[in-house]
Every structure is written in structure tokens, then in C-alpha cells.
Design a protein around this ligand. Structure first.
Ligand code: UDP
Length: 317
């Protein structure tokens, strides 16, 4: 049986990866320090004969006993609010954490896939963003802690590949949503859905003309799976090119939830990218992959999850 180590296993994407690799018959070792991850996301896996959870901070030296065939590195705070509250941890996990996990891959001769991000493109001057674009990042702004840590993560991953011959993969993940996002993580999808379900004001930052392109989590997981088993060493964009203005996205949430909430406008956070949309032609040609789940279909599933979550935790009747 092949073993996969997943960092950030209790996080939104990490927990879905645990599910997928267990379904595929792997032995899964999940690691998370639970600073932004939630144990509830993997509660259903505790006791599974092929799953083991280790609560650990990978900015320390990592030892995993036994054979490891694959590593998926998904540990990091991932919301702009988290970067503001956890700037040092965000920098450390992307840099020192990535360094340690690459060391583990080298020692175990495991193939490793690193989760990078569309944030490496910063506030992009090229639209849509292709993998060949080098980006427009403010290194000293509030988002710099995440953007630069992920850029460092890509650089050290390529160095381990070139210098040590480690078998590496890099995915650049664009905005992804779905069940198990933290209801209070501050990102636009959980914020708008929570506000709509609780009949609170919907907070559009700036004038809402900035754009994002939203990918449903099952599509992303499929893209990650295919990347891991492809031969491509260089970064691959994974995301849904269906681009939305944030104001129109707010109206879509109002329509789908049937809420009485009203839109209110709040200041635009510093360095908030004005546009974002992946060019996924590389993923299409190399992985034969493209997203299948429409925004409406994905949002309905996500709204159902948040409704149940808020009911379970006593915020909603
Ligand atoms: N946003 C918003 N209202 C919110 C939360 C976010 O208008 O309550 C905007 C935010 O300014 C950004 C977009 O939605 O333009 C996506 O923000 P998110 O925090 O989800 O992640 P980002 O794509 O900026 O990393």
C-alpha cells in the first residue's frame, strides 16, 4: 500500500484531499497544527484503518516513521484576515515549513506536490494570468507575508528539484470554495453566505468592481490528483476561469439564499488585487482537466453546508 503525507490535513482543501486519497486506497498521514485548521473537518476519518492524524507544527523538524511515497504540502493560513492576524506563522510555514517538508521528501525519496497560489501574481498587470507571468507583488504590504512566503516556497521547491533531484510538483491555486471553509475566515464566499443566512448586511469591499474566479473544491481536488501523477515539474494554474465582479457575486448569493440582507460598502483592503482569472490552457493540455461544477451548483452545496453548520453551532434556527 502506498503512503501519502498531507500537511494542512484539517484545513479546507487538505481535508478534501485526505478523503480523496483514502478513497483511492492510499494510507494517509495527516499533519496539522490546527491554528486555522479544524479537527471537525477530519472527524469522520478518525479511527479509519488507513488514516493517521498527527497534530504538529511543521515549522519544526519533521520526522515520519516508515515509508512515504507522496507528500502534499497544504499547510498555511489562506485568508487575508489570517495573514493579518498570523503574519509570522504565515511566513514561517511557507518558508521554514516548506524547507522541512522538502527535507522529508528528499529523505524518503517521495514525490512532493506544493500548494502555491494565484497570489504569486499579486495585483496582476497581465490578464488572465498565465504560468509564464512573473507577477506584481508588494513585498512589504499586509499580503506580502503570504505572497512572498509562497514565492519562496516555489523557489526552494525548484532548488530541491534541481540540486537534490527531488521529484516535485507545483500547483498555483486560484480562489476555491466549498464545504469546510471556515465560516469566519473572512474570505468572500464564507462572509457573504454567512451574512446572507443570518440576514446581516453583505459587506462589499470597495465598489465591488474587482473580479475573482471561483473554483468548486471537487474540481480542484481532481486537478491536484492529476498534477501529482503527471510529469510536469513547472507550476500549473488550477482554478475556474468563470470571472465575476464581487458586486455581481454578492447579488448571486442574495438570489440563491433568498435573504433580505442588503449590500453595504466597506473600504477596499490594501493591495487587494483588482482582477484575477486563471489561464488554464496548460492544465487543459497537460492534465486534460477543466472545472465541471458550475458556480450555481457549487454555491448551492456550499450554502447547504453553511446552513447546517450554523444550525449545529447554534447561530441559526
Ligand atoms: N471581499 C468583499 N467582502 C468581504 C470579503 C471579501 O468584498 O466580506 C472582496 C475582497 O476585497 C476581494 C474579494 O472579495 O476583492 C475576494 O476576497 P477574499 O478575501 O475571498 O480573497 P482574495 O481573493 O482577495 O485572496
Amino acid at each position: 500500500m502506498e503512503t501519502v503525507v498531507i500537511t494542512g490535513a484539517a484545513g479546507f482543501i487538505g481535508s478534501h484531499l485526505c478523503d480523496r486519497f483514502l478513497q483511492e486506497g492510499f494510507y494517509v498521514i495527516g499533519i496539522d497544527n490546527l491554528i486555522t485548521g479544524n479537527i471537525e473537518n477530519i472527524e469522520h476519518l478518525i479511527g479509519h484503518e488507513r488514516f493517521r492524524f498527527i497534530k504538529y507544527d511543521i515549522t519544526n523538524y519533521i520526522h515520519v516513521p516508515g515509508n512515504v511515497d507522496y507528500i502534499l504540502h497544504f499547510a498555511s493560513p489562506a485568508s487575508p484576515i489570517d495573514y493579518l492576524q498570523l503574519p509570522i506563522q504565515t511566513l514561517k510555514v511557507g518558508s521554514i515549513g516548506t524547507y522541512h517538508i522538502l527535507g522529508l521528501a528528499k529523505e524518503k525519496k517521495a514525490r512532493i506536490l506544493i500548494a502555491s497560489t494565484s497570489e504569486v501574481y499579486g495585483d496582476p498587470l497581465e490578464h488572465p494570468q498565465k504560468e509564464s507571468y512573473w507577477g506584481n507583488v508588494n513585498p512589504i504590504g499586509p499580503r506580502g507575508v503570504y505572497d512572498e512566503a509562497k514565492r519562496f516556497a516555489e523557489a526552494i521547491t525548484m532548488a530541491y528539484h534541481r540540486y537534490h533531484g527531488v521529484d516535485t510538483r507545483i500547483v498555483r491555486i486560484f480562489n476555491t470554495y466549498g464545504p469546510r471553509m471556515r465560516v469566519n475566515d473572512g474570505r468572500v464566499v464564507p462572509n457573504f453566505i454567512r451574512q446572507a443566512l443570518l440576514e446581516e448586511d453583505i459587506t462589499v469591499y470597495g465598489d465591488g468592481s474587482q473580479t475573482r474566479s471561483f473554483c468548486y473544491v471537487s474540481d480542484l481536488v481532481e486537478g491536484i490528483f492529476r498534477t501529482l501523477f503527471s510529469d510536469e515539474i513547472y507550476p500549473i494554474n488550477l482554478g475556474n476561469p468563470d470571472e465575476w465582479k464581487i458586486i455581481d457575486f454578492a447579488k448571486k448569493i442574495i438570489e440563491l439564499t433568498g435573504t433580505t440582507s442588503k449590500i453595504v460598502y466597506k473600504p477596499l483592503p490594501q493591495d487587494d488585487p483588482k482582477v484575477r482569472k486563471p489561464d488554464i490552457s496548460k492544465a487543459k493540455s497537460i492534465l486534460n482537466w477543466e472545472p465541471k461544477v458550475s458556480l450555481e451548483e457549487g454555491l448551492k452545496k456550499t450554502i447547504r453546508y453553511f446552513r447546517e453548520y450554523l444550525q449545529k453551532h447554534g447561530n441559526l434556527d
